[in-house]
Design a protein around this ligand. Structure first.
Ligand code: ZN
Length: 206
């Protein structure tokens, strides 16, 4: 007797779902069946939402945040922001937690990662040149390094501070690092708003 399984279409759907972060084989099976049984147009709307997002969303060429169809993201097109201050983060997703604290009204810059020799990520893999270019072309006078307090975050912050100090921008540049209150070894995504607010408020000079 042949061992019966799901039709190949369902098997394929499950195999895609299994690749999502945090989704194990059991959950993938449950989600696949749920999608098939969902009422109305949900599954079609869901699949076209994925397609739209994938086709329309790109990374802002200035700061590295997400943008769709326009020149520059919502941060970079906001004329009310303080042009003198750039907050440097590891990932574009780190900008929103800082934004929610309300303690920062400048611009952001995502490095797209952090220095991590174990993962073969060196300074040249990060968006450091783009940052230098922005400082040169704009009127930036303060850089806030809002990278995580883990070993790689510390290495990234000290590399970047040394690197920027060696460049003559033709004007003084203050470089500060958020620290106070940040959980040791933690990334920005694990910090609550109040902790982040205090960390920004109590930034120290490098
Ligand atoms: Zn931007």
């Amino acid at each position: 007797m042949k061992r019966v399984g799901y039709p190949s279409e369902i098997v394929e759907l499950i195999s895609h779902l299994k690749r999502l972060p945090g989704v194990g084989p059991k959950s993938a099976e449950r989600i696949a069946i749920w999608l098939l049984r969902a009422k109305g147009e949900f599954a079609f709307e869901f699949s076209s939402a994925i397609r739209n997002a994938k086709e329309q969303v790109t990374f802002c060429r200035f700061c590295g945040f997400f943008e769709s169809g326009l020149a520059g993201c919502d941060f970079c097109r906001d004329a009310d922001r303080n042009e003198q201050c750039i907050c440097v983060v590891e990932q574009p997703t780190d900008m929103l937690p800082i934004e929610r604290t309300g303690a920062f009204r400048g611009f952001y810059h995502s490095l797209g990662g952090k220095i991590s020799p174990l993962d073969n990520v060196g300074p040249e893999e990060l968006r450091i040149d783009a940052l230098v270019q922005r400082i040169k072309e704009g009127c930036v006078s303060e850089i806030i390094l809002a990278v995580g307090s883990d070993v790689e975050g510390e290495a990234t912050a000290s590399f970047l501070a040394d690197h920027l100090k060696r460049i003559d921008f033709g004007r003084p540049l203050s470089i500060t690092r958020i620290a106070q209150g940040m959980p040791a070894g933690g990334g920005l995504e694990s910090a609550d708003e109040l902790t982040l607010f205090r960390a920004l408020d109590g930034r120290r000079s490098l």
